[in-house]
Design a protein around this ligand. Structure first.
Ligand code: GLN
Length: 551
């Protein structure tokens, strides 16, 4: 029988509940269990596809084309599994389904109410993965914080599940702040948060405390006493340099063993050694590789939000670690180059440059200028989705003498739309149907023999995930190829350009896909790995000044 581990959060948002959930899953997987995870997002949006990245972080794309909250990315990276889109549940989805059933008369004349009809719909969705596959354990992370208005029905649903007879462990993640003036860790917010949870009818089995320094015995005793749990079930989750190391913190406290004990499951085999060696190796790396990410989704108020590109950052890390390098990531706001072109020379100080995916116009010309600069100055370049489209625009303008070349997304009236709509997108856009209508999910590509891309993947057919509305215009492929650009991968029917590269450059590779979504800690994405190898080669050169002003 499947067991559920329900993860809730308290005190503040942004505690790293996703990483905590993924780490619990990883530890259980290491102990031989078949694990998957569900993310509940209490917002009304049906998926994360229409959310601005600075609002909610990166949009994660699943194999089956779901546009989901970035926590699903943590689960996939930690657990090394593909998670389907049905394992993300939002208020919007749940209510749409209930209203549709009501309109079809499926409730047989009953008054349709939040309890039990909405909670039943939630429970059905939580139980679905276990019906489709034989999982031992399913983690369910409930987004938001206890006390939020919008997640009450989800909490109510998981409360009912225990009563229904499901095997359940409740884990509550809280924050223990240290007040500067006192220099003392305070447990009161945790006590209040657990009080709120218990008012809903949920007694946590474990409390995970997010703390700066490991939790001391005095605080542990206090939390146990006031929150009605055993001291050993208060788990300390102190700050770590590398998020993958949270798993080791949990192992030291025998968290997995305690969960299994509560669920009456046996502790199976343990393959921690490889994982532990991997984390230890990362800690010891001392040579840096300097990677610039030229983007625009950085600003939120006065702070910068690297969450918008989290999978790209993780993919850079995985590849750097694979090459025994410590990644040093520099955020470069492309708008800077539009105002001050002389700043482009800062790129000389980097070992490699990435232009990641993106939508809309702001900062786009700065990105094109950056691509031209790295192409002409032999700086390793990796273009992802928009980063490939702009590489094509730049090459058309500056190497193929099509001065007015552009993407239809940037300039609707361009005489040379080298990047244009995927044909079926025209009607969709005219009717403003923006949700889940772009080219989404995993698609195959056939690679051209002897190209860099084919050598990196080591095979002729690959699958990567996509999320885009525009593509290389087939009418310009011949001109671009004559100009020296190599399309190293195409869709099986030969129509869509999926990969490109430039010979005679240390590394100029771009893809219409998002290979970052398939990168895993111990299995880097081949394109990122090749990019880091080239960057490592460049960092050995001495003819570059270190960069001075990187924003
Ligand atoms: N805006 C571009 C498109 O829709 C690129 C999208 C992306 O980078 N994910 O095609």
């Amino acid at each position: 029988m499947v067991s559920y581990i329900i993860v809730t959060g308290g005190v503040v948002s942004g505690l790293g509940k996703g990483i905590t959930t993924a780490s619990i899953g990883k530890v259980l997987k290491i102990h031989g269990y078949k694990v998957t995870a569900i993310k509940i997002d209490p917002y009304i949006n049906c998926d994360a596809g229409t959310l601005r990245p600075t609002e909610h972080g990166e949009v994660w794309v699943t194999e089956d084309g779901g546009e989901i909250d970035q926590d699903l990315g943590h689960y996939e990276r930690f657990l090394d599994v593909n998670i389907p889109k049905c394992q993300n549940i939002t208020t919007g989805q749940v209510y749409s389904a209930v209203i549709e059933k009501e309109r079809k008369g499926k409730y047989l004349g009953k008054t349709v109410q939040p309890i039990p009809h909405v909670t039943d719909e939630i429970k059905n969705r939580i139980r679905k993965p276990a019906q489709d596959s034989n999982f031992d354990l399913i983690l369910v992370e409930i987004g938001g914080t206890v006390g939020d208005y919008e997640n009450v029905l989800f909490l109510e649903a998981v409360r009912q599940m225990k009563l229904d007879g499901d095997k359940i462990v409740y884990v509550h993640v809280t924050y223990v702040p240290v007040l500067d003036a006192l220099g003392e860790a305070k447990t009161k917010p945790t006590q209040h948060s657990v009080k709120l949870l218990r008012e809903i009818g949920i007694q946590p089995d474990f409390i995970i405390t997010r703390v700066k320094e490991p939790l001391d015995d005095v605080r542990r005793e206090k939390i146990a006493m006031f929150c009605n749990i055993h001291e050993e079930d208060v788990i300390s989750n102190s700050d770590v340099e590398n998020v993958y190391g949270v798993t080791l913190l949990f192992e030291e406290q025998e968290f997995c063993k305690k969960i299994l004990h509560k669920l009456h499951l046996r502790k199976d085999h343990n393959e921690l050694k490889d994982w532990k060696n991997f984390i230890t190796k990362i800690k010891k790396l001392d040579k840096n590789v300097k990677i610039g990410i030229v983007g625009k989704y950085f600003d939120i108020g006065t702070s910068q939000l690297s969450d918008s590109y989290i999978s790209v950052i993780e993919a850079v890390k995985h590849a750097a670690w694979n090459n025994n390098l410590r990644p040093e990531i520099h955020w470069i706001n492309s708008k800077v180059f539009e105002k001050k072109p002389e700043e482009l020379s800062m790129l000389d100080g980097l070992d490699g440059v990435i232009v990641p995916g993106g939508f809309g116009l702001s900062g786009i010309h700065g990105k094109i200028d950056a691509i031209r600069y790295v192409r002409e100055h032999n700086i390793p370049y990796l273009g992802l989705c928009l980063g490939m489209q702009l590489a094509v625009v730049e090459y058309a303008q500056n190497a193929c003498n099509l001065k007015d070349a552009s993407s239809r997304e940037i300039d609707k009236k361009t005489t040379h739309p080298v990047i244009d709509f995927i044909p079926d997108q025209i009607n969709i856009l005219q009717e403003s149907r923006y949700g889940a209508t772009i080219r989404l999910g995993s698609y195959p590509a056939i690679l051209k023999k002897g190209t860099i891309v084919q050598q990196l993947y080591g095979k002729n057919k690959v699958h990567e995930r996509h999320r885009h509305r525009y593509e290389v215009n087939p009418d310009y492929v011949e001109i671009l190829e004559k100009g020296g650009l190599v399309f190293s991968g195409r869709s099986p029917d030969g129509v869509l350009m999926e990969f490109l590269e430039l010979p005679n450059h240390p590394y100029f590779v771009a893809t219409q896909a998002h290979p970052e979504f398939k990168s895993r800690p111990m299995k880097p994405s081949p394109l990122f790995d090749g990019f880091i190898k080239a960057a490592k080669g460049k960092s050995k050169r001495t003819d570059f000044e270190p960069c001075v002003s990187i924003n």
